[in-house]
Design a protein around this ligand. Structure first.
Ligand SMILES: NC(=O)c1ccc[n+]([C@@H]2O[C@H](COP(=O)([O-])OP(=O)(O)OC[C@H]3O[C@@H](n4cnc5c(N)ncnc54)[C@H](OP(=O)(O)O)[C@@H]3O)[C@@H](O)[C@H]2O)c1
Length: 342
């Protein structure tokens, strides 16, 4: 594999920082690293493979000037909407972490463990979209079960960490906890969330739509269908919990036919990127503290429904900044290099 010039757009953010760590871990073939962020960050330095790199300002012409070949975007939807076409025009493949292009029929939406073949459609716009963090971990766990038994419906409740809303959202939780211990939590500010997040659970992520669901919930509905190429019924309730990193999901799956629980466990054991952690007698099951800094999706509490033989329940946890963002993006980029024989 040839080494390529890689731009990380949003390099100073929660996801951008993880992009660097994951590229190090996966030994990504980087020829030149181009760390990009807003004008506010120009002059700051980021570390990659033991070397300091100065952050450059994202501009329309930077991709051409720096001969970027792979552009990893995680700087917000409006930034991708404006700048990703400039990167693609300059000849780079864009791997976009924001929601902006995900449902565009000309942009593949990819989880490498589920639909890697969709990467081949990247050329139309030069862009490949990374799904929502909650969707990625869920479809990784659904895929082996769907292959074996055929899924017709999924009901999911999420317990999402504050880092899903970026670095400043993590800081908001930490500040509120400090204020709690200083007996001034009632004076504490909340900017990133509609309510205080410390010592609380907020059943709203993103804004509400006319159908009563939030945008985050509808992302899980629509993205699951696009990735799995199947009209699976999905109903989601997404909640924000006072956790820094790691999204948890209670997933109920309805199959076409009755299932065998041992065969379901076996399928999960053999699932790509899945770690089954399911030993209730020893209180062993996935939790955010288990998943932090890990690149796998953890599955546990696997059990059949009490009333129906075609329904299964399970608990799925992954690091939203890794599995739900950076790791998925870097794996897409690696697969793209392999498919393009670069
Ligand atoms: N957090 C997650 O779990 C997750 C998962 C999947 C996808 N995503 C998506 O990834 C994106 C970034 O998320 P994050 O959590 O990393 O957010 P974050 O911690 O707030 O970081 C935002 C990054 O974008 C940069 N940025 C903001 N405005 C910019 C502009 N006008 N021009 C250039 N750079 C700009 C920031 O640079 P400065 O430091 O210079 O402001 C910073 O590097 C979002 O679209 C988010 O939805 C996040």
């Amino acid at each position: 594999m040839r080494k390529v010039n890689v731009a990380v757009v949003g390099v100073t953010g929660a996801v951008g920082e993880e992009m660097l760590r994951v590229m190090e871990k996966y030994n990504f073939p980087v020829n030149k690293l181009i760390p990009l962020a807003s004008r506010r960050s120009v002059g700051k330095e980021v570390e990659f493979r033991g070397k300091e790199y100065e952050v450059l300002e994202l501009t329309e012409t930077i991709f051409e000037e720096q001969e970027v070949e792979v552009a990893l975007f995680s700087a917000g939807g409006s930034v991708s909407a404006h700048y990703a076409p400039f990167a693609a025009e300059a000849g780079a493949v864009v791997i976009d972490n924001t929601s902006h292009f995900r449902m565009d029929p000309d942009v593949p939406l990819v989880v490498p463990e589920v639909n890697p073949e969709d990467i081949a459609a990247w050329k139309t716009k030069g862009i490949i979209a990374n799904p929502n963090c909650s969707t990625i971990q869920m479809v990784q766990a659904l895929k082996p079960l769907d292959d074996k038994f055929g899924i017709k419906r999924v009901d999911v409740a999420t317990y999402q960490a504050t880092s899903g809303a970026g670095k400043s959202a993590m800081e908001e939780l930490v500040m509120q906890m400090k204020d709690f211990f200083a007996f001034r939590l009632d004076e504490s500010e909340h900017k990133k969330f509609p309510h205080q997040i410390a010592l609380n659970v907020i059943p709203q992520i993103d804004r509400f739509l006319d159908n009563g669901y939030t945008k985050e919930e509808m992302k899980m509905v629509n993205e699951t269908k696009k990735i799995m190429h199947k009209n699976i019924e999905v109903s989601a309730t997404c909640a924000r919990v006072p956790v820094l990193r790691g999204h948890s999901e209670a997933v109920t799956i309805w199959f076409d036919n009755d299932i065998n629980i041992d065969a379901a466990r076996e399928a999960l054991y053999n699932g790509k990127n899945i770690v089954v952690m399911d030993n209730p007698s020893k209180s062993e099951y996935p939790m955010p503290i288990v998943a932090v800094d890990k690149d796998e999706t953890f599955v546990g509490r696997v059990r059949k429904d009490i009333y129906r033989d075609n329904v299964l329940h399970m608990w799925v946890v992954a690091d939203n900044l890794r599995v739900g963002a950076a790791t998925n993006a870097v794996k897409i980029a690696l697969k793209w290099l392999e498919m393009e024989e670069i």
